[in-house]
Ligand binder design. Structure first.
Ligand SMILES: Cc1cc2nc3c(=O)[nH]c(=O)nc-3n(C[C@H](O)[C@H](O)[C@H](O)COP(=O)(O)O)c2cc1C
Length: 186
């Protein structure tokens, strides 16, 4: 499978990046092709301006950068986004990439991408127990999976929350291994 791996973290020495590397290793071991997009190491502007709100929804009406980013969604079979959970949502840079590229007439009404499978891997300081207790997992399921991935007609989509990133090295190593396993079985 051709997989677009979108990473969003300011630090390349972050746990998010370690999880991403381990996940990618798993994907490659299972003979997938991986295209990486490291959003912080590009000059992508996350702010949606007038030019990226054409009323006709035609690809050619969008800015060149949106056309070029959208071609990634046309050329890959799957998309995986990996990021730290910030205020129970995604970092603004990734949100802006979605706002501008996952746009009207491109990913919905009608959808023209070729993505058949999507996965969001997000790292949270909150423990699995806290996440369940306050139903944060349900909230993310509704907003990110139902409200975004399924809204854009991706047939197979899931959210994976890797919780407890403050629980020390042993727990973090477990999360890194888990990511590898998810990659192998993707
Ligand atoms: C701006 C900001 C907002 C955060 N919001 C949350 C949050 O809503 N829930 C949570 O569990 N952790 C939150 N965290 C903690 C991050 O999820 C945590 O730093 C991350 O999981 C650790 O991985 P990293 O070392 O790759 O950043 C937040 C961290 C930052 C910097």
């Amino acid at each position: 499978m051709k997989i677009l791996l979108v990473k969003c973290h300011p630090r390349i020495d972050s746990l998010t990046f370690k999880v991403s590397e381990s996940f990618k290793k798993g994907l490659l071991e299972a003979n997938n092709d991986v295209e990486e997009l490291d959003l912080y190491r590009t000059d992508f502007n996350p702010i949606l301006f007038h030019e990226d709100e054409p009323t006709n929804g035609k690809l050619s009406s969008y800015s060149k950068i949106v056309q070029s980013e959208f071609s990634r969604l046309k050329e890959n079979d799957a998309v995986v986004m990996i990021f730290p959970l910030w205020w129970w949502s995604m970092p603004a840079l990734l949100k802006g990439w979605i706002d501008r590229v996952w746009n009207y007439g491109l990913t919905y009404e009608p959808q023209k991408h070729n993505i058949k499978k999507a996965l969001i891997i997000t790292l949270a300081a909150a423990s699995d127990k806290e996440i369940k207790k306050f139903k944060y997992d349900d909230a993310l399921e509704i907003t990110l999976n139902r409200g975004m991935l399924k809204f854009c007609e991706i047939p197979d989509s899931q959210i994976c929350i890797l919780g407890g990133t403050n629980l020390g090295e042993k727990h973090c190593s477990k999360l890194i291994r888990k990511a590898h396993n998810i990659g192998v079985n993707f």
